[in-house]
Design a protein around this ligand. Structure first.
Ligand code: NAI
Length: 715
């Protein structure tokens, strides 16, 4: 609701009350309209202040109302009523003014913000635009370039930046409502003609076309197929070129297109999925709300290579004490420098001092005796990891959680090296570990709910979105990637080029196609895994393993020393080792031709549709297997992993959401078609759960859990 009170005799105070963020629900909107009307009718009231309860001004539209029938007054007339008021209305912004919250503030005549407040129009991140006149008022207030930046990126600004941009009139370190009341009284009675933003002309730009062309180019490049940023540019252009009323019409039209595009649905699903993964559960019945995490104050990281360094930075930045252990002297020295550099750069960005003192370095594992939790990040070598776990069991005090950053080795096998397997879980970070948002928390059959809860909580503390998953080869993310990469390789054998496959996948929205991504991560990584799995053994048929189709292309490149970017060649060629600019490689094209001739393969024309369907549907099929086996509790877990860890385009929701959008019947039909054409590729064989879902009428994604439950109860 919106509560109306009178303070200081002549100030009407409207307090938004809708926890947790005072979102503009129907009741709140009606409350604002009624309060403004009442205040205007009271002759003693000279001015108004709008604030939010519990230190939060307003978090915007109430997304719980999205997709439901509209009740109560719409936002635009509410804001017009405020703007048209004959008494000054001042927004007292504490905490947040986001989306509709900032649009509400822009409808007011003045804005006072607390120094710690954050302001922004993040609608674009949900596939929308600020359609309660935000796209029309903000450019009029702060000019086109600044408004374009804020509206197309959705970024939040601090109160200081908002003051500099002209979004707010004053910033205070003290009580914001008191400051706003004082301010309101000081301007009471003054003319409001120059305070109604909708009446402002948009600040003129001499190079208007060039500015919009550049903005459009920038968003098209960054958007990877998302349409909301483009609509945002178009809406701001309307503000710059049309009278306010017509601009509003354009804003409405653009919003209607976004609403029906499906992308907004995907982005909103993704938003809720990121919250849903925090409510984890395990097949044993253990759950987030019944498992209590242990507080972690001091942690150790073992192995300071690529991953260990990033993990150390993440822990230290979150205020934990860290013991960082590396056995190689040279690596230890380099790691110290690298970690300090990362911490210093991070601190500079955030305007704080670097937490260098939180870390102690050592080359001796015995120094980790008093930590609460250890994260092991040594080479991906089971024998070495086992040895490290045995050492840790000997030196750590009882009750210490032992975590591994393995990308896919058996957690339970590692746990069996310790007398307390219940304390062992996987904490699978993604590179660069201090930047990437995703953390897969992997529980083995013996991991205790408390160990899982502790790892999930630690993930949260260091700013990650943690997803709890079961123990299997490659866990969720890498396991699903395996059939996707295999299909990409098979397509090369059948006639495609890496450039073509990548182009199709990048047009779909991946940041990088399968081959550019493999070149970046290093082809030797997969080679080592395949060797360890006994797949790269001389004397086997070239293109078959254990009765299934196998492509040795990656192995053959590695044998030539082509490991990708780091060696200057892989699926592409690079100017020099470490360069990031991938160029098509004539050597690779002739190599593929020779390979096909050697194996009697005839290259055929492969189209976009086949590349997309074979790569994506085989990955999705593996996702259904993962759900069927209970490795992931629900489709949201898989989708969050793919969006945050594997650059799946957010506006397509994630692989499982995409399958729902395409239609499960279609996915099943196409998998059946491709499996018939390639019977020796088991990953193309539609899995049982997909068939069951189709047989039960292809329920929408939010109802899949019911079918999964039934499948599990029948096992
Ligand atoms: P890396 O090769 O960069 O670093 C490993 C470090 O461990 C080296 O500095 C090595 O000297 C040190 N080390 C070896 N034995 C040790 C011991 N007994 N005690 C202390 N330090 C020891 O490897 P990277 O890439 O950091 O990978 C580490 C782990 O993280 C692996 O299990 C890998 O699969 C996993 N991982 C790697 C990702 C990546 O993108 N590089 C992503 C996610 C997980």
């Amino acid at each position: 609701m919106a509560q109306y009170t009178r303070i200081s005799g002549s100030v009407g105070l409207i307090t938004l009350k809708n926890p947790p963020v005072n979102a503009l629900s129907a009741v709140v909107r009606q409350g604002i309209v009624d309060s403004v009307e009442r205040a205007l009718g009271e002759p003693e009231v000279k001015c108004l202040v709008i604030c939010g309860q519990s230190g939060k001004f307003c978090g915007g539209a109430d997304i719980r109302e999205f997709g439901k029938k509209m009740t109560g007054p719409p936002l635009i007339p509410v804001f017009h009523a405020i703007e048209a008021a004959a008494k000054p209305v001042v927004a007292a912004i504490e905490g947040i003014a986001l989306g509709g919250g900032l649009e509400l503030a822009l409808g007011c005549h003045y804005r006072i913000a607390h120094s710690k407040a954050k302001l922004g129009l993040p609608e674009v991140t949900l596939g929308l635009l600020p359609a309660a006149a935000g796209s029309q008022r903000l450019p009029r207030l702060i000019g086109v370039p600044a408004a374009l930046d804020l509206i197309t990126t959705g970024r939040h600004v601090t109160a200081a930046e908002a003051l500099q941009l002209g979004i707010v009139d004053q910033v205070t370190d003290h009580n914001t409502v008191d400051a706003a009341v004082k301010f309101a009284l000081s301007v009471a009675g003054q003319s409001l003609d120059a305070r109604r933003i909708s009446t402002f002309p948009c600040p003129r730009l001499s190079n208007l076309d060039a500015v919009f062309e550049a903005a459009m180019q920038k968003v098209r490049q960054a958007a990877r197929g998302a349409i909301a940023p483009i609509a945002c540019v178009q809406a701001v252009r309307a503000a710059a070129t049309l009278p306010y009323a017509q601009g509003l019409e354009r804003e409405k039209e653009l919003m209607a297109t976004l609403f029906t595009s499906g992308q907004a649905r995907a982005l909103q699903y993704s938003f809720f999925a990121q919250r849903a993964v925090g409510r984890w559960s395990m097949p044993s019945g253990a759950r987030w709300d019944t498992s209590k995490p242990k507080p972690i104050r001091k942690a150790a990281v073992i192995g300071l290579g690529t991953m260990g360094r990033g993990i150390t930075v993440g822990l230290a930045q979150a205020g934990l004490s860290v013991v960082a252990v590396e056995t190689q002297e040279k690596q230890l020295m380099e790691a110290k420098q690298a970690v300090s550099g990362m911490l210093e750069r991070g601190a500079k960005k955030r305007g704080v001092s670097p937490p260098l003192g939180n870390i102690s370095y050592s080359s001796n594992i015995k120094t980790v005796g008093d930590v609460d939790l250890v994260i092991e990040a040594v080479f991906e070598d089971m024998a070495l990891k086992k040895e490290v776990f045995q050492q840790l069991s000997a030196v750590c005090r009882p009750g210490t959680f032992l975590c591994t950053n393995t990308s896919g080795l058996d957690i339970d096998d590692l746990a069996s090296q310790t007398p307390n397997p219940e304390l062992v879980v996987g904490m699978h970070f993604f590179a660069p570990a201090h930047v990437m948002k995703l953390l897969e928390v992997v529980y083995g059959p013996r991991s205790s709910p408390q160990a899982v809860a502790t790892a999930m909580q630690l993930g949260k503390v260091i700013g990650k979105v943690s997803v709890a998953v079961g123990n299997c080869q490659g866990f969720v993310g890498n396991r699903m990637l395996s059939p996707y990469l295999s299909q990409a390789n098979f397509l090369l054998e059948e006639g495609a080029t890496p450039e073509f496959v990548d182009q199709v996948l990048e047009e779909f929205g991946f940041a990088m196609g399968a081959f550019r991504m493999s070149d970046l991560s290093g082809l030797d990584v997969g080679w080592r895994v395949r060797k360890a799995a006994g797949l790269v053994v001389p004397g086997q048929p070239a293109r078959m393993r254990q009765g299934c189709r196998y492509s040795p292309l990656g192995d053959l490149l590695c044998e030539q020393g082509r490991f990708g970017q780091k060696t200057g060649s892989g699926w592409y060629q690079y100017d020099k080792p470490g360069s990031r600019v991938a160029k098509p490689d004539p050597w690779l094209h002739s190599f593929l031709e020779e390979y096909r001739t050697r194996h009697g393969l005839v290259a055929r024309r492969i189209d976009h549709q086949e590349v997309l369907e074979r790569c994506l549907y085989s990955l999705i099929n593996e996702g259904f297997r993962i759900l069927e086996e209970g490795i992931a509790a629900g489709p949201e877990d898989i989708d969050v992993i793919y969006v945050l860890g594997y650059s799946w385009p957010r506006h397509r929701g994630g692989p499982m959401f995409y399958a729902d959008m395409v239609g499960l019947t279609r996915v099943l039909e196409r998998l059946e078609f491709y499996h018939q054409a390639h019977p020796d590729v088991p990953s193309l064989q539609p899995c049982n759960l997909l068939r069951k879902l189709v047989a039960s009428g292809s329920p929408p994604i939010h109802r899949w859990r019911e079918v999964i439950k039934k499948v599990h109860s029948q096992l």
